[in-house]
Design a protein around this ligand. Structure first.
Ligand code: GRF
Length: 242
C-alpha cells in the first residue's frame, strides 16, 4: 500500500525557510554538553554537600568556587561512609565535614532528621547530593523543598536508581549521559536543570563509560547549581512586595 501525502497534510504554520543554522546559544554541541554557567548573582549561596564516595563531584564544586565560577560557600560536607574518599578532598579544601553513618540510625527518617539539624546548624541554604547513595525521605526533602539538587549518571527519565550506567549498557542505547535535577519525593524524578549526553562507544565497559560520564558531570554540576539558585532568587524578587 502506498500513502500519498499532499501539501495539506503538513501544518500551515511551518516557516517556508527553515533557519540554516541554530542560533549561537543553541549550537548542537551546547545541547550535548551545556557551556559552563557562572553565578548565582547576589550573595554567595551557602551549600551543604552530601556525598558517599570518592567525591569527584564535590571536588568539581569546590574547584568551581575557588576559580570564581560558582558564587558559593560550602558550609558543610556530610558523608555516611567512614572511609569515603570525599573526606580527604574536604580536608584539602578546609571544609568542615561531618560523618553521619547510616548504620548508626534505626531508620532513614532518623538519619534524615539528623542531617536536617546539621545542615540547619551550619546555615545551609541549598543542599547538593553529590553522589549520596541513600534514598532520602520527606523529612529531608520537605525541609529543603525546591532547594535540593541531585546528580544522576543517566539521561533521565531513563535509567533511574542504582546501576544507571549498567542499565544503559544493557539496554542497547547508543547515547548515555548525566542529569542534574531538583529533588522531589519520587526518586530521580524532579525537574531537570541540566543534562549532558555521552556517546556509548564500541567496547565500552561500565567503568570506561562512567569515566566519560563523570567528565560531563563535573562540567555541568556547578553551572546547574548556579542556574537553580538564580531561578529561585529571581522568583523571590518577582513575588517580593515593592
Ligand atoms: C556520580 O556518578 C553521580 O552521578 C552518582 O554517584 C557518582 C558519584 O561520584 N550519583 P563521585 O563520588 O562524585 O566521584
Amino acid at each position: 500500500m502506498s500513502i500519498q501525502l499532499s501539501s495539506t497534510d503538513f501544518p500551515a504554520d511551518l516557516p517556508a525557510d527553515l533557519p540554516a543554522a541554530l542560533p549561537a546559544d543553541l549550537q548542537a554541541e551546547h545541547l550535548i554538553s551545556p557551556p559552563p554557567q557562572a553565578g548565582p548573582s547576589g550573595p554567595p549561596v551557602r551549600l551543604g554537600i552530601l556525598a558517599s564516595g570518592s567525591g569527584s563531584n564535590f571536588e568539581a564544586i569546590a574547584q568551581a568556587i575557588a576559580q570564581g565560577q560558582l558564587n558559593a560557600t560550602i558550609a558543610v560536607l556530610i558523608y555516611n561512609n567512614p572511609g569515603a574518599g570525599v573526606v580527604a578532598r574536604g580536608n584539602r579544601h578546609n571544609i568542615p565535614s561531618l560523618l553521619l553513618n547510616h548504620r548508626d540510625y534505626d531508620s532513614r527518617e532518623a538519619l534524615d532528621a539528623k542531617i536536617v539539624a546539621s545542615l540547619q546548624a551550619h546555615g545551609v541554604e541549598w543542599v547538593v547530593m553529590a553522589g549520596w547513595m541513600r534514598i532520602v525521605t520527606p523529612m529531608l526533602i520537605d525541609a529543603f523543598a525546591e532547594r535540593m539538587i541531585n546528580i544522576h549518571p543517566s539521561l533521565l527519565p531513563s535509567f533511574k536508581g542504582l546501576g544507571a550506567i549498567d542499565q544503559a549498557l544493557a539496554s542497547g542505547v547508543t547515547i548515555a549521559g548525566c542529569t542534574v535535577h531538583l529533588v522531589t519525593a519520587e526518586m530521580d524524578s524532579g525537574p531537570v536543570l541540566m543534562q549532558a549526553a555521552v556517546p556509548i562507544l564500541p567496547g565500552d565497559t561500565a567503568e570506561s563509560l562512567h569515566q566519560r560520564v563523570q567528565v560531563q558531570e563535573h562540567r555541568i554540576l556547578p553551572g546547574a547549581i548556579a542556574l537553580a539558585v538564580n531561578r529561585a532568587r529571581a522568583r523571590l524578587t518577582e513575588t517580593a512586595p515593592s
